[in-house]
Every structure is written in structure tokens, then in C-alpha cells.
Design a protein around this ligand. Structure first.
Ligand code: DGJ
Length: 729
């Protein structure tokens, strides 16, 4: 079990502070080192995070450290002399200060380190935990808070982690956005003052801001060089990533669940396990940080990440809520003909007393609407199987509507602030269920269980989330625990996901949050993939997917070819460009296949076959982002390089079109300089000739130093080249 129970009973051994021996605390990975120091009778000190150091340099670092930088390993309110802090608590007697000293340091055989810190006066404890993933250069860290005071303690701030950074030309790369424009990359230097990246949506914590940042220590962020720290908060709720810069030589970085307006009331003898923060460090620029995170994702932090994903057709943009059995069956037939592997029936299939004809009713009533589907879900599964397709279904388990049969039966199951009228989300009727309530959690688990039991042919679920947290209150939580609702909601959600995964480890589940609103490393250990955005305009997707790839491997990013003109933007984009963009991730279709012309169908059939050949390479490859769509070159490009550099694929796009514009060469990265590679153009439009240098052989050195010149004559030109080591080389 990945997330231990939040409220496990803890007996504090003793409230008395036994002074620890002076210790250097090293958390190490294959290429990185985090150094802390505990001094007898003193607070924990932070010393260093960066590349591994020799023993000589490590000692020097401990001796020569800047006192300003190392002052605190985990600053708390009351003892920081006015400096910003990671935690503030009011004790049972009302004292609002903390004074923590290290009492024990424990090391695990896997290199993990636990540092116990007790308050000098109160039976209040913070355990800082560090878990390294040596091979992937990731260090996860978080705090666990507990106490055995006479009454509850109130936590006013509870950051999971603190990292001090020396001032200099330090830049932050972060992702900012909105519905249909998620994960737009934003880069800025750190200045004095406060930079806080946060979300208050309540449940979809990554629409507007994302819980990940990169910190470039050597000036303007670069893809392939410079020292960069990556940090990802593993949390699905409201969060805060704060850079607090006073004129004291230090940028102070804090990461954790957002405390306002959700102060936490912690009962005696229970543990509040704060969300983890995953850090990595690379001297190889942003690209190095991304590749570390992608490998770590594949090592289990995205569920089933190592398994190839099916190519799917999702019904949403084809029919929206207007589901009709014959139309769906035709979609499946056409999809099978194109070489598709999975059909996903999106929103609109359910609701008996209140049919889901508009998006303003029926959530919670997960019974098939037989007006639309006379042969039920099983009838569709049979048809899918008959065509050699797997079958998937859309659900939104955390919500209901007023009206719905569920809400009529359990009006107390929704979040609500006592004495206030309900506030509604999507459709003017959508309400969030109260995941702090164990009965509601069981309802959500049983919903998944009963669907998968009743229809064993369901191979895939799309788990959606389309409204924010509006009613901050719970009829389940006691009056003096109401401000716990935000944090406990998300712990409740994790409990639901744990139980679903314990029984159904192999069902593929997509994380969807009204588009790309809630993929994060808190949830992805339970989800196989995520829907990147409701914006399927291929040109805009280049920007959105680029941002998402900063921390997530593209092989788990749902990327669908949709109709042209785009339903979101009205943009008209050729089918080839749409496929070339979608094929960099988990390929899918989001349109009526019957809307394609004969030529488009021929192209689509061939591109899907090509994708099947590329899929093993792309699901294990290292991503190299080459030309950024956000840059000035007018092109975007990226490549995937197989471990060992025997095989690679290059994707290139024209993102701006001017007459006679200069197209830069496409210089690859990560290849073997001494090897020879064949260059083959893929996804060639029917009847067209492959472009130069198709069919040629080039050295790795040439491909990386000189690069390919690719003809890109018109608006929305794009190209895909496979670069394969020549046998025997
Ligand atoms: C939002 C999702 O992002 C869409 O793909 C679709 O599933 C709709 N919800 C359905 O309501």
C-alpha cells in the first residue's frame, strides 16, 4: 500500500527531547546527494542538494556552508526569527509556536532516512522522511505530524518540504493554464518577494497551475545544459509551491498542501501524513530533469506505465451526449477497419429515471439508458469483441447531480456548508460527493466493482471530474473538524483508489479532469494514462503536450486526432499534421471515422499501422525536446531515443508560416556519435514522395552536430523520420 492510513494510531514514545548526536545525514542517489546535519540540542540544518560529492568536498561543504543557507532543515513558526516557515501549529493550550529539535535519525537498508523532531516543550512530533530512488535520481520527501497533547492541535500551515536555494540567476519554469489550455510553459527569474504557485479549485488541481516546477540555477532555462532541480508535489488537492525571497541571500522553496482556508485539526495520537514531494537534480538542463521523471514514472509512479497502451476511439467529440446504438456500432465498425484496438463510450450512456441527455442530471445513477442502448452495455461489448476491439466506459464517480436518484436517496452524501444553500457546478446542478464519509467511499468503490462485475468485458475506464469544490463543509465531519474537509477529501479519494486497484490491478483507467485538470503524481500511481486537454486542436496541442512532457512521459498522454475544423478553435489543420502531433503520445481518435474522406482513411490506416511499430520504442524511449514551440524558430521538434541509442524517431512541425522563412536544421540528441543510422520518412501522404533525406545513411555525429534539413513548404507542414542504427554498426 503506497499511501499509509492517515489516521494510524501513534503512541509517542516520550515527549521529552533526548539530544541527538551530531550527525551528517546524507540521502544519495546514483548521481545526486542531499545533505542535512543535526547538531546536538539544535534544529535540523540543511546543507546541500546537487551532484554527488567526493568525501573531501562533502566535508568542505559541511565546514564552509553559508549559515544563512543552512539555518533550518524544516523551519517552523516561533523559532525562525521572522523568516518564512513550513509549519505553524496552535497547541491544545493555545500556544501558537513550535520549537523542534532532532531526537532520532533512522536509516533504512534502501538508503531511506527518517528524522524525528520533537517540540522541546510539547508532546508534538514531526518526522521528516526521505526515500531515494537511486537509479532514477529521485528523492521523495515529506513530513508526518503527530502529537499526544490533551486536546486537538490546529495546524495553520503544513508544508511537506522545504528547500533553500542560494540566490543567483535562478529561474523558475512552471505550467499555467485553464480549461482547454492547460500546461502552458512559463519561465521567469526569481526576484525578491513571493512567487506562489497554487490552486484553489479543490479537486482538479492542475487546470490553472500545476503542482510541479523546475528551478534552473544557471540562468535562463535550457533544454540540454545547466543545473536544474525538478520538484513535483504528489497531491491531488489544493496546493502551494512558494518561493519566498527576502534580501538574505536565499530563495526559500516550500511545497505542500494549501493550508488556507483549510487549517487542519489533528486529534491526539493520530498521524497526519503530508503529501510527498519528488525532487530530482540534473546538470543536463530541463531535458535531464524530464527524463529522470519519465523513468521514475515508468518505475511504478504511473500505474502500469511499462505496458503498451491501446489505440482508442473515444465517442465524445463524435456524438457528445447524443448516444444512439446504431451510430456507436458504426463507429466501432469503422474503427476496427482502420486498425483501432479499443472503443471508449464516453458520457451520456446512463440514467433511467433521469436520462443523461444534457449535462445537468443523472451522475450517480450508473444504470444504462436503454432508450439509447436497447442492447445495453453488454450488447456493445459483444459488438466490439466481434470486431476485435476492446471496450471502455466513461464514469465520474465522485459526483452527483440534483436531480438524480442518488441525490434523492442520499442528500447528506454531498459536500455542503451547514446552513447555506448548495452551490452548483457544471450544468447548474453538479455536486461533489463527500469522500470524507466512509459510506460514500464505499459507494464509489462499489460503483466501479459492480460495473466491472456486471460487465466483465470492460477493459478500460475513463474516470472524469468536471466540477470544483464549491461547498466547503461535510455533514460527516464533526463541527470542529470542518476545516479538514479539503485535506480529508483527498485522503478519502486515495482510499477509494487503493481499494479499486487492489481488486482491479489490470483494468486500464484514464485520469480525466474536465480535460487535463487533475493529472498529478498523487493520483497517477492509480491511473494508467491521462487526458491531456479537451482542446484537441493539433496546433494548440503542441504547446499543451510540450508543457505536460516536462514531468510526464508522453506514452501515458491521451492524444487524439479530432475533426477539422476543430470543435474548440475552428482551426483547419490537415489530417497528416493532426496524426503527426497525436502520435507522439498515446494515439487515439476523437471524431466520427465516417467523416474522413477516402484518402484520409487510407492515411489514417497506414499511420495507425506505423504507430503500432513505433509504440514499443516510444513507450521505453528517452524524450529529447529539440525545438520548442514557445521559441522563436517557427518550428517545433522532439525525438524519442531507445535505450542504447539503436533506434529513434523524430517529429518536426512548422508552427509559424511566413513566406521564405528559414527552417532551421533538425539536430538530434542522445544518439551514438560513432554509429551509422538509416533515415526513413514515415507518415507519407498517399501519392506523395518521401522527402529528403529519406533513404540516406548518416552518422550519429552528423545527425547531432549538423542535423537534418527538412523541406517544410506550407502552413502546418510536419514530418516524422525514423532513425535506426544500421545493422552491424
Ligand atoms: C470532460 C472530458 O474531458 C471530456 O473528454 C468528456 O469526457 C466530457 N467531460 C464528458 O462530460
Amino acid at each position: 500500500m503506497r499511501h499509509p492510513a492517515v489516521f494510524a494510531v501513534l503512541l509517542l514514545a516520550s515527549s521529552a527531547v533526548s539530544v541527538a548526536r551530531a550527525e551528517d545525514i546524507a540521502v544519495e542517489t546514483d548521481n545526486t546527494l542531499m545533505l542535512l546535519k543535526s547538531v546536538p540540542g539544535d534544529t535540523l540544518k540543511f546543507v546541500y542538494y546537487g551532484p554527488r560529492l567526493s568525501d573531501v568536498d562533502r566535508r568542505a561543504m559541511l565546514d564552509d556552508h553559508d549559515p544563512e543557507l543552512v539555518n533550518y532543515g524544516y523551519p517552523v513558526f516561533g523559532t525562525t526569527d521572522g523568516a518564512p516557515y513550513a509549519m505553524q501549529a496552535s497547541h491544545a493550550d493555545g500556544n501558537q509556536t513550535l520549537d523542534l529539535a532532532v531526537t532520532a535519525v533512522r536509516r533504512g537498508p534502501d538508503g531511506s532516512v527518517d528524522i524525528d523532531m520533537h517540540d522541546r516543550k510539547y508532546p508534538f512530533k514531526v518526522c521528516l522522511r526521505y526515500v531515494p530512488d537511486r537509479a532514477n535520481d529521485i528523492i521523495e520527501t515529506w513530513a508526518e505530524v503527530s502529537h499526544s497533547e490533551d486536546g486537538p492541535v490546529r495546524l495553520h500551515r503544513f508544508d511537506s518540504s522545504f528547500l533553500p536555494l542560494e540566490q543567483g540567476d535562478v529561474w523558475v519554469s512552471r505550467m499555467h493554464g485553464d480549461w482547454a489550455s492547460e500546461a502552458f510553459l512559463l519561465e521567469e527569474p526569481l526576484r525578491p518577494g513571493l512567487l506562489q504557485i497554487k490552486t484553489t479549485d479543490g479537486v482538479r488541481n492542475s487546470h490553472y497551475a500545476r503542482p510541479e516546477v523546475m528551478i534552473s540555477l544557471d540562468g535562463r532555462p535550457r533544454e540540454d545544459s545547466g543545473r536544474v532541480i525538478g520538484a513535483a508535489l504528489e497531491w491531488s488537492g489544493n496546493f502551494s509551491l512558494r518561493f519566498d525571497t527576502e534580501s538574505r541571500r536565499v530563495h526559500r522553496f516550500f511545497a505542500g498542501a494549501l493550508a488556507e482556508p483549510s487549517h487542519y485539526t489533528l486529534a491526539p495520537d493520530s498521524v497526519m501524513v503530508l503529501p510527498r514531494v519528488a525532487y530530482t537534480f540534473s546538470s543536463g538542463g530541463k531535458g535531464g530533469v524530464s527524463r529522470n521523471f519519465h523513468r521514475w514514472a515508468r518505475a511504478g509512479h504511473v500505474h502500469g506505465c511499462d505496458k503498451p497502451r491501446d489505440i482508442l476511439l473515444n465517442s465524445w467529440e463524435g456524438v457528445y451526449l447524443d448516444i444512439k446504438e446504431p451510430v456507436i456500432e458504426k463507429m466501432m465498425a469503422d474503427w476496427a477497419d482502420l486498425g483501432g484496438e479499443l472503443f471508449v463510450l464516453d458520457d451520456g450512456w446512463f440514467g433511467v429515471k433521469y436520462p443523461r441527455d444534457v449535462d445537468n442530471s443523472s451522475l450517480g445513477d450508473w444504470r444504462t439508458d436503454t432508450r439509447k442502448l436497447p442492447h445495453g452495455i453488454d450488447g456493445l461489448i459483444r459488438k466490439a469483441r466481434g470486431r476485435g476491439l476492446r471496450f471502455g466506459l466513461w464514469i465520474e464517480p465522485e459526483f452527483t447531480n440534483d436531480p438524480s436518484e442518488l441525490f434523492e436517496a442520499h442528500p447528506d452524501w454531498v459536500l455542503r456548508a451547514a446552513g447555506r444553500p448548495l452551490r452548483y457546478g457544471r450544468g447548474g446542478t453538479q455536486l461533489l460527493l463527500d469522500m470524507t464519509n466512509p459510506a460514500v467511499r464505499s459507494f464509489a468503490v462499489n460503483l466501479v466493482d459492480s460495473l466491472l462485475t456486471a460487465h466483465p468485458g470492460i477493459d478500460y475506464l475513463k474516470w472524469d471530474c468536471n466540477t470544483f469544490m464549491l461547498n466547503y463543509g461535510s455533514t460527516y465531519l464533526a463541527d470542529d473538524r470542518q476545516t479538514n474537509v479539503q485535506f480529508d477529501y483527498h485522503r478519502g479519494l486515495l482510499d477509494v483508489l487503493e481499494r479499486v486497484r487492489a481488486k482491479y490491478p489490470d483494468v486500464v483507467i484514464q485520469n480525466c479532469g474536465g480535460g487535463g485538470g487533475r493529472y498529478n503524481y498523487g493520483l497517477m500511481p492509480y491511473f494508467d494514462e491521462f487526458w491531456v486537454s479537451d482542446n484537441t486542436d493539433a496546433w494548440q496541442r503542441l504547446f499543451i503536450q510540450w508543457g505536460a512532457s516536462m514531468f510526464y512521459p508522453p506514452s501515458v498522454m491521451g492524444q487524439h486526432v479530432s475533426a477539422s475544423p476543430s470543435h474548440q478553435t475552428g482551426r483547419v489543420v490537415p489530417m497528416k499534421f493532426r496524426f503527426d502531433v497525436a502520435m507522439t503520445g498515446r494515439l487515439g481518435l476523437e471524431m466520427l471515422p465516417s467523416a474522413m474522406s477516402g484518402e484520409e482513411r487510407d492515411f489514417a490506416r497506414a499511420a495507425i499501422a506505423t504507430y503500432k511499430e513505433l509504440r514499443p520504442l516510444m513507450s521505453s524511449a528517452d524524450l529529447y525536446r529539440l525545438h520548442s514551440p514557445y521559441g522563436d524558430s517557427g518550428v517545433a521538434s522532439l525525438s524519442y531515443v531507445a535505450p542504447g541509442a539503436a533506434d529513434a524517431v523524430l517529429f518536426a512541425y512548422k508552427v509559424r508560416h511566413r513566406q521564405n522563412m528559414v527552417i532551421p536544421r533538425f539536430r538530434l540528441a542522445g544518439l551514438d556519435r560513432d554509429a551509422l543510422y538509416s533515415v526513413t520518412e514515415l507518415n507519407v501522404w498517399p501519392g506523395s514522395k518521401p522527402r529528403k533525406p529519406h533513404g540516406s545513411v548518416r552518422s550519429g555525429a552528423w545527425l547531432m552536430d549538423t542535423g537534418l534539413r527538412i523541406d517544410m513548404p506550407s502552413e502546418y507542414s510536419s514530418a516524422v523520420f525514423r532513425i535506426s542504427r544500421v545493422a552491424g554498426e
